[in-house]
Design a protein around this ligand. Structure first.
Ligand code: LRH
Ligand code: MN
Length: 424
């Protein structure tokens, strides 16, 4: 389903007076406001193909209906999000949950919605029907070379799908690890995993990147073979220049200082990208900015500072992706809120008075440094994000328009109330 352009224009006209008041107020205090708006317009977040349906836990799943039944309908749903906020211009596929049946049709449909294909994700954390060898005791760490080869072959097949779609990066998340002391030889597990990743690395097209995603625990609960940023960095450094680390915000132990990790990975030139979400306890995959918006701001503060220090292009030099699961919210509403939270944190980070902060840090003026950061964090930048969205042809209030046009009801009417999307 796509949204008629006139409906977005009508919505914006209704909101325009109120929006203009808010925008002119904040724009008056923003130096180079046009540059900032252009940065927001250029910044695109990839939507995970596996998060367009209702998620669940081992305790239950409560479907909301109208979920996409095919990759084509997933692309339509991401296209709809992009029509509404003009900041969701890419989709990240997960194989085998989303194997394209006809590359030309899929590429054409995505292009129709102005969508690119971001990183493709492999899956050696589940046994697929008809799979010869089980990943119960891991995939690339596995003591059995034939299991490792099966995992390597799968990743090379995923790269092939990605090349056909115009993707330029592979995300490898390994659930490999152990649940009990003594179960695993950590050194052999690392070496087997590195050897397997090296075989995949050598199959990468020259312009591709490999993202090594780390995670502290789950589904293994004693050790994880790519368990933290240090281990991921070790793999990426040993693999080569096309290998990078991927930071999933929910994959850290409690109270980890993620913004410091981001700063150091950027410094090393080994930060590849993000899986944005939020969490209070574990890998909760909740709406971005719903639990710890200040941490999200501090992460973007380090990103802007670190990327500018390396003269990186904010919009294109890192992988900006969401990785979430929706247990109680409408998946599309949840994703609209997540993209909004990311754009707000980025806009606030762009407002930080960098010279003043550097001066305060030089003088060890701790209180002044906090004032400078929190002034940006406490600035309501929503009118800036909305103005950028409207200039890019989007809706001033995407979630409001999604509800006003009863889009979920239309999807349920078209697709049925019991449809279940592939994914988490
Ligand atoms: C693992 C993870 C990984 C995906 C999966 C869907 O927790 O974050 O990025 O493959 O979720
Ligand atoms: Mn992830």
């Amino acid at each position: 389903m796509s949204l008629e352009k006139y409906l977005i224009e009508a919505h914006n006209n209704e909101q325009l007076q109120q929006h203009k008041r808010g925008f002119e107020f904040i724009a008056a205090g923003v130096p180079q406001v046009e540059e900032l708006l252009q940065k927001l317009i250029d910044f695109q977040v990839a939507i995970p193909s596996w998060a367009l349906g209702t998620g669940g836990t081992r305790f239950g799943r409560f479907g909301g209906g109208g979920e996409p039944r095919s990759l084509e309908e997933k692309i339509e749903d991401v296209g709809l999000l992009h029509q509404l906020n003009r900041s969701s211009g890419a989709i990240s596929l997960h194989i085998p949950w989303d194997i394209p049946q006809n590359y030309n049709n899929i590429r054409a449909l995505a292009a129709q919605y102005g969508l690119k294909f971001d990183a493709v994700n492999s899956n050696t954390f589940q046994d697929q029907p008809g799979q010869l060898l089980s990943y119960k005791f891991g995939s690339m760490q596995h003591m059995d070379r034939t299991v490792r080869k099966q995992a390597v072959d799968h990743n090379i097949e995923v790269i092939r799908h990605g090349v056909e779609l115009g993707s330029e990066s592979l995300t490898v998340w390994l659930s490999d690890g152990s649940c009990f002391p003594g179960q695993l030889n950590f050194r052999k597990a690392f070496q087997n995993t590195l050897e397997s990743l090296q075989q995949i690395y050598s199959a990468l097209p020259p312009n591709w990147k490999m993202f090594v995603e780390y995670k502290a625990y789950e589904p293994n609960f004693y050790s994880t073979t790519v368990g933290d940023w240090g281990q991921s960095l070790l793999y990426a450094q040993k693999l080569g220049a096309q290998a990078y680390t991927l930071v999933d915000l929910g994959h850290h132990l409690p109270n980890a200082n993620i913004e410091q990790i981001v700063s150091l990975l950027l410094m090393e030139g080994k930060l590849g990208g993000f899986h944005f979400n939020d969490s209070k306890y574990g890998d909760d995959d909740l709406t971005v900015g719903s639990m710890r918006p200040y941490q999200l701001f501090l992460i973007f503060n380090e990103l802007v500072e670190g990327m500018d220090a390396r003269h990186m292009n904010h919009a294109t030099d890192l992988g900006w992706m969401i990785d979430a699961s929706h247990n109680v919210k409408d998946p599309l509403e949840d994703l609209l809120q997540s993209v909004e939270a990311i754009m707000i944190a980025y806009a606030q980070a762009l407002l930080v008075d960098r010279p003043a902060l550097a001066a305060a840090q030089l003088d060890n003026d701790v209180a002044a440094a906090q004032e400078i950061l929190q002034h940006a964090f406490r600035t309501d930048v929503r009118p800036l994000v909305a103005e950028a969205r409207m200039r890019a042809g989007g809706a001033l209030q995407p979630l409001q328009l999604f509800r006003k046009e009863k889009i979920r009801q239309h999807l349920v009417a078209n697709r049925g109330s019991k449809t279940v999307a592939t994914g988490l």
